[in-house]
Design a protein around this ligand. Structure first.
Ligand code: FAD
Ligand code: MG
Ligand code: MG
Ligand code: MG
Ligand code: MG
Length: 552
């Protein structure tokens, strides 16, 4: 059964050694992690450095709590409050880890070598580049903003991805207001200066628009009374609705709130080009092209590949892709000993249909060539873990046939009459693969993947490593790992004016002020250290009493 990674051990459907064992004859294996974002740091927090010689490589020596990045753009939270130094995070865990502040510019998976470049401004001439060897590589470099090749975006738009981006936006907003107040400007120029355009109606774009509206209405309006009525905020979205990955109630609430606030939402519009002073927008329905002038524009339309990965993907036969393809154990396809987590990777889940023959053979215990109900039932139960799409399918009960069959209790009169041959079996499962879903590019997914991978690495057997306590129970010496399973904990959409939408587990939607308080408490509790938690709480309190700081 070519390429199949399943075997039956103790009657379980489990992967054959998803990880190769560390060679007990050698010293610690060299494990290199690229990136100090959500994926990388969550891995590092969990990894057992007694078992591996761990190195981290990243062009920035701090972790950023990205969910609060939009709050930095208007000064609700200070930039430094959501950044935690990597070395501080590591030393607080007492781990032995080397950190190199540099950017990986080439991955050579054949010779297991990385080429790295000093990322700082202080460099030793002629010594900018250096090589690092690895035995195992964890790629967690995240993604970049995607311009989709649109002309002028890089030159004239702000992105909102890094901490510096948020700080630049904050400075730029205030700058626009100050410039608009200069005496020698025409009314039209003043208006343009105070026109803020956001391209992209996803969670980041919408949250930024909301934060900007709050800044203008709560703080700047009173400080710049002469120009406050000239301010316009425009969100340009290519789809039918903003926040279209959220429940429609949240999306509708957001649109209505923006309408009340006077934030213009242009849906079904595509940006063709960005000029120095305006964006050229095409309305999809009419084909009409209009110029929308701006003083400041923010581009937030999705994610693209980092150059180092584009190059790497070519060498491992993953061309024309936006992100690295991995299997369900997060191993990068097309090379050995490389794993990838977070925004830079996507899991290509296995299709049930590909394994039909194998599944059937395993299920048909008595080798009769047909499946009796009991055999079928047992197989479905075991296969659930391996093929999560099956789980969803059985849960939703859309597939009456399977459900009915599974539900029939043994001994039922119908049972004896029920037989499936291979073709019928295939037909009955044909719909299941449609349930496959890609995981979203979120901090939640990246962090869970990092933690999962570290747990797998920690559980690998090692000669001179004696796990104690709970670790022992977790499965010392077993080469058996479940594939990565994602647990969605819900998502928030802050909409400004102390209003927030939330989707919580169990299809529960909540919108309004109380949800905003939930948001405050969740994000305070999710801070990575007591230091950043204290700073964020302090910033929120400060804003409550003194408003936001409007100095550039
Ligand atoms: P990142 O966290 O981006 O980390 C990538 C790391 O790799 C960085 O440290 C970077 O410096 C480093 N790196 C880059 N290039 C190289 C290289 N060549 N060599 C070595 N290192 C490199 N998600 C949520 O779940 N909830 C939210 O509320 C939320 N809000 C967001 C708001 C904003 C404004 C943004 C931009 C994102 C938000 N996200 C949110 C998404 C979330 O931030 C990402 O999904 C998450 O950061 C992905 O983690 P990652 O580890 O893959 O990448
Ligand atoms: Mg990371
Ligand atoms: Mg340096
Ligand atoms: Mg991903
Ligand atoms: Mg049989």
């Amino acid at each position: 059964l070519g390429g199949l990674v399943l075997v039956a051990v103790d009657g379980d459907l489990i992967p054959v050694q998803a990880f190769t064992s560390t060679d007990p004859g050698e010293g610690k294996k060299k494990l290199v992690v690229l990136g100090t974002g959500w994926g990388g740091m969550s891995f590092l927090k969990q990894i057992d450095t007694r078992q591996y010689d761990v190195k981290i490589i990243s062009p920035r020596n701090y972790f950023v709590f990205t969910p609060l990045l939009p709050s930095v753009t208007n000064g609700t939270v200070e930039a430094r409050s959501i950044a935690e130094p990597v070395r501080r995070m590591l030393s607080s865990t007492g781990k032995q880890v080397d950190f190199y502040e540099s950017e990986c510019v080439n991955i050579d998976a054949v010779n297991k070598k990385l080429l790295c470049r000093d990322a700082s401004n202080v460099r030793v001439k002629g010594k900018e580049d250096f090589e690092v060897d690895y035995d195992y590589l964890i790629v967690a470099v995240g993604a970049m903003s995607n311009t989709f090749g649109t002309e002028g975006v890089k030159e004239y738009c702000h992105f909102l991805k890094e901490l510096e981006d948020a700080e630049k936006i904050r400075e730029s907003v205030v700058d626009c207001f100050e410039t608009a107040c200069l005496p020698h400007l025409s009314d039209e120029e003043r208006k343009r200066m105070l026109s803020f355009v956001i391209v992209g109606g996803g969670p980041t774009g919408v949250e930024f628009a909301a934060e900007l509206y709050d800044l203008v209405s709560e703080d700047l309006a009173s400080l710049y009374p002469s120009v406050k009525d000239l301010v316009t905020v425009t969100v340009i979205q290519s789809g039918d609705h903003i926040l279209n990955t959220f429940d429609h109630r949240i999306s509708k609430f957001a649109e209505e709130k923006f309408q009340r606030d006077g934030v213009t939402v242009k849906t079904n519009c595509r940006v063709l080009k960005v000029n120095e002073k305006d964006v050229l927008v095409k309305e999809k329905a009419t084909g009409q092209e209009v110029h929308v002038p701006f003083g400041m524009a923010v581009w937030s339309t999705g994610i693209g590949t980092r150059p180092v990965l584009t190059k790497f993907m070519k060498t491992i036969g993953q061309t024309d892709r936006r992100v690295l393809a991995t299997d369900e154990w997060l191993r990068v396809k097309g090379c050995k000993d490389v794993w990838a987590v977070g925004d830079c990777a996507t899991i290509e889940q296995r299709k049930v249909v590909d394994d039909i023959a194998y599944l059937f053979e395993k299920a048909d215990i008595d080798k009769s060539g047909t499946l009796e109900i009991e055999e079928f039932q047992r197989t479905m139960e075991k296969a659930r873990e391996r093929y999560p799409q099956l789980e969803v399918y059985l849960q939703r009960q859309k597939f009456r046939h399977v459900v009915d069959m599974v539900k029939i209790s043994p001994g039922d009169a119908k049972e004896k009459a029920m037989h499936l041959n291979v073709d019928e079996f295939k037909k009955s499962l044909a719909q299941v693969d449609k349930q496959l879903k890609l995981f979203p590019a979120t901090a939640q997914v990246a962090a869970q993947q990092g933690a999962y991978l570290a747990a797998c690495f920690n559980a690998l057997p090692k000669k001179d490593y004696k796990p104690e306590g709970p670790e022992r129970i977790r499965g010392e010496g077993r080469h058996r790992f479940r594939q990565f399973q994602y647990r969605h904990m819900g998502q928030f959409a802050p909409l400004g004016s102390e209003q927030c939408g939330a989707e919580l587990p169990g299809d529960w939607v909540s919108i309004g002020r109380s949800t905003q308080w939930l948001w405050y408490s969740v994000y305070a509790s999710k801070q990575v250290s007591w230091r950043t938690r204290a700073l964020v709480l302090f910033d929120w309190t400060k804003r409550l009493f003194f408003g936001r700081d409007s100095s550039r």
